[in-house]
Design a binder for this molecule. Structure first.
Ligand SMILES: [Zn+2]
Length: 107
């Protein structure tokens, strides 16, 4: 008694988050550079990112471009998009999965 029950290690939480993300995985990401359909994508670590439901990165073997697919609340997606650009430079273009790509009627 008296021992705190851990709810899982950081690694376990991360794995659970990735599992949740995989459920939201788009069928493909369209390369922002050459419009190839990329089905090989990796989930990004979105732990601690409020409003982000899923984020994937796909590397295009045809042109070498990295395209990102980010799903979540509009503002959070924009913020992550900017963070990625800061990280990898202005050449990176974040893509958006089709489900998150609907025009906002309130805008
Ligand atoms: Zn490409």
């Amino acid at each position: 008694m008296g021992q705190a029950r851990l709810r899982g290690t950081t690694e376990q939480r991360k794995a659970a988050a990735i599992d949740r993300q995989l459920a939201l995985r788009p069928k493909f990401i369209t390369c922002n550079n050459c419009q190839a359909q990329l089905t090989d994508m990796s989930p990004m670590d979105i732990a601690g990112l409020d409003g982000i439901q899923a984020a994937f990165t796909a590397h295009c073997p045809a042109c070498g471009h990295d395209t990102y697919a980010i799903k979540g609340e509009r503002e959070a997606v924009a913020r992550l998009h900017m963070a990625i650009e800061d990280n990898v430079g202005a050449e990176a273009k974040a893509g958006v999965v089709p489900a998150a790509n609907r025009p906002d009627p309130a805008a």
